[in-house]
Ligand binder design. Structure first.
Ligand code: NIG
Ligand code: FE
Length: 398
């Protein structure tokens, strides 16, 4: 994209963690960057002549949406487990009986690279169809060195031929593999001594994540993973306090994590620690809904303490089989009590912060020309619809 001038738009700039609307606004982008944002009445005529001009006729423009937490590289599905859960089995019981993450690891290992790429690409395309221009993808269904690196490579490769940015996260410490049953520490050794160094060396991961939970890794093991990540210069994130309070949020904050995610069981001390560390709270209402969870994350505390809240799909086969980020905006409001404004911040400016990205998520001069144009006037309409909103146009500045 050389130049773009949008006029007569309702610009939800998302500056300062608010809509920060510019009514009848204009945006001028040049060489992939936003050059100027302001009222249409102040557009200099010189700017119009060269630009590729677009009259939005009052339609809404937002930053391109950001899905900051997905596990979308996997094969197969877990429909059978869904049926079991509906009959009363819990997620944790299924995992302990050898199902859960382990069953997706098996399906993923058995899939060819081409098949895994096709299945994952479909999910990515579905997200992108809703105006998502940046997607974080975690590994975690490989569970040995080559398997984890393969998932990261496939994730990175999905960007080819698509106008979507991919950010990758190594989630080697997702579950204890069956062959390491009773020897979780030995598996953590593998994550720390082989997976993290290899992912860093091959520049396959932008961050490192772990699942801190009774059915996964304890805080001491997560600490080792985080120390190894720090030693290799990789920022960290954490699946924290999803099924029980393990003080995961505080642990993530202690390591200056970009984000702590899920947080259903996080307490006031965890929220305070996140505030001190500048750790973003990533809320995942799809998993909450799908698991029939009743304990909500401490949204009011997060709000009062001023911890930025992001919202993401958690796209994965076990707890959140969805590819609709706009559905998650609706769920964040209806299930967690976010306002539509907070929800949209959660998929734009705060989601960018959860990924450590400073160049997108807000419409202002100097940032990427990364935006979506919607056939909507009110920005609350994005969270109002029960999913499935599609933009009229997106630009990623490419
Ligand atoms: O974010 N909590 C751990 N990981 C995923 C679930 C992965 C799975 O069940 O396959 C989550 O909920
Ligand atoms: Fe997750």
């Amino acid at each position: 994209m050389k130049e773009l001038l949008i006029t007569h738009a309702r610009l939800a700039t998302m500056r300062g963690g608010r809509y920060s609307m510019i009514e009848d606004g204009a945006l001028h982008a040049k060489d992939g960057r936003i050059a100027w944002v302001g009222p249409t009445s102040e557009v200099a005529s010189a700017r119009i002549s060269e630009a590729d001009a677009l009259d939005a006729h009052g339609a809404l423009v937002t930053p391109g949406l950001i899905d900051c937490h997905t596990h979308l590289v996997y094969a197969g599905d877990r429909a059978k487990e869904f049926a079991l859960r509906l009959q009363g089995a819990t997620y944790a019981e299924i995992a302990q009986a050898g199902g859960g993450i382990a069953s997706t690891v098996k399906a993923t290992r058995e899939a060819s690279d081409a098949d895994l790429t096709t299945q994952s690409g479909r999910r990515l395309d579905a997200l992108a169809g809703e105006g998502v221009t940046t997607v974080e993808i975690k590994s975690g269904y490989g569970q040995h060195l080559e398997g984890e690196l393969r998932c990261l490579r496939i994730a990175r490769g999905l960007a080819a031929g698509r106008s979507v940015s991919i950010v990758t996260t190594l989630l080697g410490a997702h579950a204890v593999p069956p062959q390491f049953k009773g020897r979780a520490d030995a598996y953590v050794d593998l994550v720390c001594n082989e997976m993290i160094p290899a992912a860093a060396r091959e520049k396959l991961a932008d961050a490192v994540d772990a699942f801190c939970e009774g059915i996964a890794f304890n805080p001491q093991q997560v600490r080792r993973v985080f120390e190894a990540a720090a030693a290799h210069g990789l920022p960290v994130k954490l699946h924290a306090d999803q099924l029980s309070n393990t003080s995961g949020a505080a642990l993530a904050a202690e390591f200056g994590a970009l984000s702590a995610d899920h947080l259903e069981y996080t307490d006031a001390a965890g929220v305070a620690a996140m505030k001190r560390a500048g750790t973003v709270a990533v809320l995942l209402p799809g998993a909450f809904h799908f698991l029939g969870e009743t304990k909500r994350p401490p949204v009011q505390l997060l709000r009062e303490r001023g911890v930025p809240m992001a919202v993401a799909t958690d796209c994965n086969p076990g707890t959140s089989p969805t590819t609709s980020l706009t559905l998650m905006l609706n769920f964040a409001c209806t299930l967690f009590g976010l306002t539509p404004e907070e929800a949209l911040c959660g998929a734009t400016c705060h989601a960018a912060a959860a990924l450590g990205l400073k160049d997108r998520g807000v419409l202002e001069a100097g940032r990427r020309a990364d935006l979506a144009l919607w056939d909507l006037g009110d920005p609350a309409a994005l969270a109002y619809a029960i999913g499935g909103k599609r933009p009229v146009m997106v630009s990623t500045g490419q």
